[in-house]
Every structure is written in C-alpha cells, then in structure tokens.
Design a protein. Structure first.
Length: 204
C-alpha cells in the first residue's frame, strides 16, 4: 500500500486455478457486518467467514486483473481447456475450480482477463531478474508481463498504483531459467561463504 487506508488502483495476478483472485487479498471487504449479507458475489468466496468483517482496511476497491498463458487460458476461450500447454507450469490449468468467483471478482471490480504467449512471459521473467534482481518462476512473471503491456497500451492509465503478485520463486523451475541465461552456469560448493563469494564476484 502506498498510503494508509488506500488500496492500489490495480491488482494484477497470474491466474491458473483462479482461487487466488479475490478482493480479500488486498483488505477490501464487501461483507456487511450489520446485516450479515455479502454485498457482491465475489466476496462470497470466504463462505461467510470474512477476515475483514466490521469494516474495510482500505476505502477503495482495486480493479482485479487476471492474466493467463495463451496455451492454458480457459477464461479467454470461454470454455475449459482439456490439454493446456505452457512453460508457466504453475498456471498450466485448463479446468479452474473457482471459475465463477474469478469472473465475479473481475466483473464487479471493473477488471478484466488477458493472455500472454510463452515468449512474452519468459521476457518478463528475464527482465525482472536483470533489472530488479527478482528471480521468479514464469507463472509469476505473467502478472508483470500483463501490467507492462496494459500500461504501454493505455488500458491501465498513467499514474496508476499497481500491485503485481509474484509468489513463485525461480528455483521452482530452474531448467527454464538456465535455458534463458546468456552466461555459463557456475558450479560452487553448497556452503554460505561460497555462495556469497559467487554473488559478489559476479555483480555487474
């Protein structure tokens, strides 16, 4: 959060199983503690056990935006995908379990879904590693690939506050990262001092 009491304008997530696209992640509650009713269908994800009952932590609702890999994009196809294929293994899911909640979260917040090719996803993964020092798995990089494209295209307005979810470490899929590397892979002892020296000696 960039300031107390304010959520980001856009919350961008890689979407596979779709259970992770919910307003509760960013502290905005649409559950009425007075009446006990859910204000929106998306908020019903908590099944009546709202972590924020009694009032929202933030006062504005972010637009929830979900990005899928083109080879595993049931939300974009409008139907389940029987044989999903993508380098982003964590979102290689053709039959999402929480389909209806994800659609409602995007619809009710004014967000959307989009898709990216494996090439776009891997480019974002490499960009994060080279420019930000963030080593994430391809699936996580999908959220950044989406945000970058939507900012460049003007779909996300200039000056917006954006949060991208990157929860998967790059070591979950090291072979993909090695294939993208332009430098030879270093083999070192599995010892803290050796790791530290390898990092410091190879910093640009």
């Amino acid at each position: 959060m960039e300031e107390l009491g304010r959520a980001p304008d856009y919350h961008c997530l890689p979407v596979g199983n779709a259970g992770n696209i919910t307003a509760h992640w960013i502290g905005y509650c649409e559950y009425s503690s007075a009446s006990g009713d859910h204000v929106t269908e998306a908020c019903a994800f908590c099944k009546g056990h709202c972590a924020y009952a009694g009032g929202a932590i933030v006062g504005n609702r972010p637009k929830m935006v979900g990005y899928q890999a083109s080879g595993a994009a049931p939300f974009l196809r409008g139907h389940m995908v029987d044989h999903p294929e993508t380098v982003a293994t964590a979102i290689r899911i053709g039959h999402p379990q929480s389909w209806e909640y994800a659609h409602k979260a995007a619809e009710e917040s004014g967000g959307w879904f989009d898709e990216h090719t494996d090439e776009e996803i891997l480019a974002a993964q490499k960009l994060l590693a080279e420019k930000e020092g963030i080593f994430c798995e391809p699936a996580s990089a999908t959220s950044v690939a989406g945000a970058l494209r939507d900012v460049r295209g003007g779909r996300i307005p200039e000056g917006s506050s954006i949060v991208c979810t990157l929860t998967g470490h790059g070591l979950k899929d090291p072979d993909t990262a090695i294939k993208q590397s332009t430098a030879p892979v270093l083999s070192i002892e599995a010892e803290l001092g050796a790791v530290k020296r390898a990092i410091l000696e190879n910093m640009a």
